[in-house]
Design a protein around this ligand. Structure first.
Ligand code: NAP
Ligand code: G4F
Length: 355
């Protein structure tokens, strides 16, 4: 019998890579999607379009972390062995604009997931393994460098505060109800599937579009912030490894290296062949935060030692992967923008229109 996994946040960056990983390992994968007025499953299209997988080993269910009833029903329908709680309002800047909502989803939503896990574990009499997407944002104004599992938290945003609540709740459920519940304290991780409003992807998208003449500038906020950036594909492996351990625990997942937003720009623009990134980048107060996390640097020694995990993609590999992807994406965007249906040909054919 294949194992059954239930993923919240499956339509997001990490959820989509985790679904790829678990399907490749023979799992049946169930995920929550939210009802929206337009499609929100672009990162999952390769599974939805695959008749060997869709509704055979890969299933999507409508639900929302704010709606306990929908969560409970999905547990009942799917009877999961492993639960990965990745769903969140995950944007730090947006959490200042929507603090209550962020608390409801990232904090109380986590409580809904833990309650449903506890209920079903008792009801079914089988162990359910639970993963909580904790965050390096919990360290906020960092109290030591590098940060380990024992570093004191000092969150600097409603998002960071909600994640601290979810983190401590997960530990509390593990200790109170003997749940196999683990927290991954993941440092920033990126990919070509990263949301376009997070800084790395915003930079690589802009590079592709500037190169194609589709935009002139890149408008950023604080370029001095330092982050420990890894590759999302590597990080979902760590999530899975945590749930394969005999004992649940908490782990920092990071590369152990950090660079600034400015340095990321330098690397990415220069890899794309655009010298002097400064001529394209402008800063605007609009993208600064009421309170900033100046630096994050993780120490992943425990994950390396106990899980046998290590990152395969370094910062230069990550930059190359994201820039290559976004140069190609912008090239296609350029083609579509400059193509007009031709009178000479069949209307399904297009040609480049240089005006
Ligand atoms: P993401 O791309 O923003 O994806 C977030 C996911 O959560 C999406 O599938 C989103 O659905 C879903 N979601 C949002 N609100 C929801 C709600 N009310 N009910 C159910 N689902 C909801 O984030 P990510 O980068 O994959 O991150 C995954 C998790 O890891 C998040 O919990 C994040 O906070 C945490 N984390 C991320 C990083 C990082 O660097 N990426 C680091 C540490 C921790 P829609 O597609 O419908 O919006
Ligand atoms: O890419 P960011 O928005 O990521 P941030 O705030 O570090 O949060 C991400 O990582 C966390 C893990 O530490 C996750 F928990 C969280 O869910 C999310 O995935 O911003 C990175 C840095 C910040 O210091 C920000 O102020 O880049 C700075 N920045 C500068 N200009 C910008 C911009 N960030 C964004 N999003 N947009 C800008 O224009």
């Amino acid at each position: 019998m294949s194992k059954v996994a239930f993923i919240t946040g499956i339509s997001g960056q990490d959820g989509s890579y985790l679904a790829d990983l678990l399907l490749s390992k023979g799992y049946s994968v169930h995920g929550i999607i939210r009802r929206s007025s337009s499609f929100n499953t672009a990162r999952l299209e390769h599974h939805i379009q695959n008749p060997e997988v869709y509704n055979k080993t890969f299933f999507l269910h409508y639900g929302d972390l704010s709606d306990y009833n929908s969560i409970y029903n999905i547990f009942e329908k799917t009877n999961p062995d492993e639960v990965y709680n990745l769903g969140a309002q995950s944007h730090v800047k947006v959490s200042f604009d929507m603090p209550v909502y962020t608390g409801q989803i990232d904090g109380i939503g986590t409580l809904h997931m833990l309650e449903a896990t506890k209920e079903h574990q008792y009801r079914l009499g089988k162990q359910i393994r639970y993963y909580q997407a904790s965050s390096s944002e919990m360290y906020g104004k960092v109290q030591e460098v590098p940060q380990t599992e024992n570093t004191k938290f000092y969150p600097r945003s409603p998002y960071g505060c909600a994640k601290v609540y979810g983190h401590h709740l997960t530990i509390n459920y593990r200790e109170s109800y003997d749940l196999h519940a683990s927290c991954g304290i993941l440092f920033n991780h990126e990919s070509p599937r990263r949301g376009e409003t997070f800084v790395t992807r915003k930079i690589t998208r802009a590079i592709g579009r500037i190169y194609q003449g589709l935009q002139k500038n890149l408008v950023l906020g604080n370029m001095d912030a330092l982050r420990d950036w890894g590759y999302a594909g590597d990080y979902v492996e760590a999530m899975w490894l945590m749930l394969q351990q005999d004992t649940p625990d908490d782990y920092v997942v990071a590369t152990g290296n950090m660079i600034s937003v400015r340095e990321f720009c330098e690397k990415a623009f220069s890899y794309a062949g655009l010298k002097n990134y400064e001529q394209y980048v402008v800063t605007d107060e609009r993208y600064f935060r009421p309170a900033e996390v100046d630096q994050l640097l993780g120490n992943p020694e425990k994950a390396k030692r106990q899980l046998g995990w290590k990152p395969k993609v370094d910062i230069d590999g990550l930059v190359r992967m994201m820039v290559d992807h976004d140069m190609e994406l912008a090239r296609k965007e350029f083609m579509i923008k400059h193509m007009t249906p031709t009178k000479q040909h069949n209307h399904s054919k297009y040609e480049i229109h240089h005006s």
